[in-house]
Design a binder for this molecule. Sequence first.
Ligand SMILES: CC(C)(COP(=O)(O)OP(=O)(O)OC[C@H]1O[C@@H](n2cnc3c(N)ncnc32)[C@H](O)[C@@H]1OP(=O)(O)O)[C@@H](O)C(=O)NCCC(=O)NCCS
Length: 463
Amino acid sequence: MNKIIKQLVCDIHKLGIMPGDTLLVHSSLRSLGWVDVGAETVIRALIEALPNGTLLMPALSWKLVSKDNPRFSAKNTPSCVGAIPEVFRKHPGVIRSVHPTHSVCAYGVNAEQITFRHYLDRTPVGENSPFRLLTEYKGKILMLGCGLKPNTFMHGVEEAANIPYVLENEATKVSIEDNDGNTEDIFHYRHDFKGIRQRYDRVSECVNVNKGKILNADVLILDACSLWDAAAKKLSEDPWFFVDRESLKEQYLRNPCGALATAFWKEHWFPKPKGINIFLESALSKEDEPDGTRYFRLIHHMEECPEAVLPNGYVFRNVAMPDEAGFVADFINRCYEGYNQTKEKILQWSEYPVFSNDLWVFVWDELRKAPSALGIADYDEALGEGSLEWIQTLPDYRGKGFGEAIVRELLSRLNKRAAFVTVSGEVDNASNPEGLYRKCGFTGDDIWVVTQTPVNIISSNPE
Ligand SMILES: CC(C)(COP(=O)(O)OP(=O)(O)OC[C@H]1O[C@@H](n2cnc3c(N)ncnc32)[C@H](O)[C@@H]1OP(=O)(O)O)[C@@H](O)C(=O)NCCC(=O)NCCS
């Protein structure tokens, strides 16, 4: 045994880990400091430290096996939880359990027994998961330099307690290839932690956590049975104990177009009218196609905002508010069929805190001394969000680039202050504003449905 492995084995045994233990290891290679030969050295030491035991590591693949890529191969799908588990997965004699998103690799005395039933599960950490079977083997969990948060065992406790936030409501079809190359299509329920932050560090508030060192790394050791009992008891008292719920603002900043159907500031100013349902199309069940209006919602990340170009004889000119409120109402009404905006309504818009006069812009026809297009945008300083609110060109001027010019002008005016800009509009608008916005650099694929029909939601906030 070389010197570094000896040192590692000695450190591991000092932590109270016995040669016959069943040990699940979550790890961060970096935390150990420089280790000669890297992950392989750590794995060899862990195996040496458990001559009559079993070593387990997560081989999670949920990042790679997704709705867009619903395929898992026990042999070939890489794990997504760091260097040590990925090297362990390929180590001679290691067995990988067959599970699309939360497989486990095992080596040692009980490796076969603890992994072989996993293919039966249809949820991330179900009753046949090696994470859950750890308690049957009176196992231990070693958190090697990674703190208490990435503790997959806790998902098993959550699933067993039927915690509402854990699973998606609708199963995903996944093709599974086992270690012998046999394939099968299964329906699998994925985790649904959207809008939720895991706080498994809170296990230290309800169970004994032993602390120690392996080389430079701070390590924590948990007894699986004690952890299961204590965490299950906590969850029965408070189902939200091991998570924090993201505020709407945090959710919005992470994914503006998928979190709300309108700019964030409107959420507070315009409560949803009674009887109206507003949902992301992807959150509706497949059978449910309610009658309603579909709205695209797009985002511009302000990476590139090329300058607007106007033909000769046209200039941009700021709307003079409040004096031109009636003029604006009249202009908008000439651009949309059946609209009846009033001067009072326009004045009201200019009183919202997101009003900024330089974001109300006409394209001005100098010859006719009249506007050909108008753009109105808002800027929410608290969030750093710009939003295009009213973009229109008079019918006689359409198809000549004025729409594009006004959008680009607003983007370049917002570029100095906004972190991002959003825009929405009807998908079925015959004048195709969606195409115009995409041409100007907006992206996204979120569709919101506004309906008066009751709908069947499968996920409140889909990925
Ligand atoms: C949507 C709207 C603002 C577009 O204004 P516009 O001035 O016609 O916009 P543009 O001229 O820049 O672009 C429109 C089309 O003309 C084309 N175009 C632009 N310059 C052109 C030119 N010189 N020659 C020929 N075609 C041209 C564009 O490629 C675009 O085609 P596409 O829709 O197939 O991509 C306008 O149709 C409108 O006011 N609609 C009613 C109000 C509305 O629905 N607003 C959007 C609310 S979200």
